[in-house]
Design a protein around this ligand. Structure first.
Ligand code: COA
Length: 373
């Protein structure tokens, strides 16, 4: 085999090949990413990003993306590099190409003073887990849950005794800095730029009408990211009974029987569709869970009005109590993720040493950055 070259992605030269490679690689999820002609779509909203390709002869056989930001970890802050979109052509696997790609993106991280590199994969993705933990000295770190809900055709009623307030970007920034900066692992220091991004559709607080905001004892907050504008999804491999249920429920709906019953049809997931991502989920007080349910329904109702938006996705820390209050399909799309981490030896870390905060038990809250979905 001629040697594999790792180099930076070149838009004009590599765009089509990279897109084809992404399509040819399944990652074991029932949902498949469709990048709509932009292989950089999953990183381009991050403060710093890089995409590398592996070239064999004149053929692109592998790709990797990375992004860099500063976050709160433990009681300190650190510059972290996130690895995503690693794909190797099915015809060129087990040749050490992914190993080379990860090594090269780690080098880019190190040259940008990154202290820790981390990645996320499905808990069932054995090739990826083996690669990172056995070959590249990453440790298993956190196990967040991905919660996926479908968007119905009609709005869900919001209880009349609850009020939902749309915060300004400044109000949202200060609320998150006050409430989540110290409690949520991986809280990004540039939260304001996330909230200001055009893809951020707003930050909403719910509290009871008889308790006014911001003095309410029980409340919840949520922010919404318009992932429809970033990339799309399509259905990958799903159980036959899901396909049958989806088709049947749509058939009933189309025959106009549905409005007579309070049934909710599975939306049209058989073509390419978009989704909203929920981030910055936090609640306080005895009724925080209930307020979170109301907020999720409120966002559902926003999505009902958008033709393209067929799903709502959230990712929460594995121990986060709020996960019980985020409506989701338990038995099909929702899944457990695995995050792995490694110290690169930038300013705070020394090469290979596992940071103390990563060895400690996971705090309940994990901030999952919508720019990294
Ligand atoms: C995961 C993936 C990137 C690995 O690419 P690759 O170029 O074949 O990996 P490498 O040849 O560098 O393998 C390095 C190590 O990874 C592990 N590994 C890779 N493929 C494996 C497999 N199918 N089963 C078990 N372990 C595997 C092994 O430890 C391997 O070392 P070894 O060959 O000495 O045993 C590739 O399978 C892929 O593109 N999968 C689909 C997309 C995906 O899951 N991406 C990762 C998302 S984070």
């Amino acid at each position: 085999m001629s040697p594999v070259t790792i180099r930076c992605f070149d838009w004009d030269r590599d765009r089509q090949a990279a897109e084809e490679l992404d399509v040819s690689c399944e990652v074991g999820s029932p949902l498949v990413t469709v990048t709509m002609g932009d292989p950089l779509c999953r990183v381009r909203n991050s403060p710093a990003y890089q995409m590398l390709v592996a070239e064999l002869g004149s053929k692109i056989v592998g790709v990797i993306r990375g992004s860099i930001k500063t976050v709160i970890v433990g009681t300190t802050q650190a510059t972290v590099g996130y690895i995503l979109g690693l794909r190797v052509s099915p015809l060129h696997r087990r040749l050490g190409i992914a190993f080379l790609l990860v090594g090269a993106i780690e080098k880019w991280f190190s040259s940008n003073s990154v202290e820790y590199a981390y990645m996320a994969t499905q808990k069932t993705n054995l090739p990826s887990i083996n690669l990172f933990t056995n070959k590249l000295n990453y440790i298993k770190f956190r196990q967040p849950v991905i919660l996926v809900n479908t968007v119905g055709r009609r709005p869900i009623p919001i209880p009349s005794n609850v009020t939902v307030i749309n915060l300004t970007v400044d109000e949202a920034t200060s609320l998150y800095n006050k409430q989540m900066r110290c409690s949520a692992e991986f809280f990004p220091l540039d939260i304001d730029s996330i909230l200001k991004n055009n893809l951020s559709l707003g930050t909403f607080v719910a509290c009871r009408k008889d308790e006014s905001w911001p003095t309410a004892k029980s409340w919840a907050v949520i922010s919404v990211w318009n992932s429809c504008e970033v990339f799309k999804l399509r259905l990958g491999r799903v159980p036959w009974y899901f396909v049958a249920l989806a088709k049947l429920s749509r058939l009933i709906m189309e025959s106009l029987l549905l409005p007579c019953f309070k049934l909710r049809a599975v939306p049209d997931l058989f073509s390419v569709f978009g989704f909203y991502f929920l981030y910055g989920l936090h609640g306080e007080g005895p009724h925080a869970g209930l307020m979170m349910e109301v907020l999720c329904n409120f966002v559902h109702n926003m999505a009902v009005k958008v033709k393209d938006s067929e799903m709502i996705v959230a990712e929460l820390g594995g121990n986060d109590e709020l996960r019980k209050h985020v409506p989701h399909w338990k038995w099909i799309f929702s899944s457990e993720d695995l995050w792995c981490i490694k110290a690169l030896g930038g300013e705070g870390g020394s090469q290979g040493a596992v940071p103390e905060w990563a060895k400690a038990a996971a705090p309940p809250e994990l901030f999952v950055d919508p720019r990294e979905i």
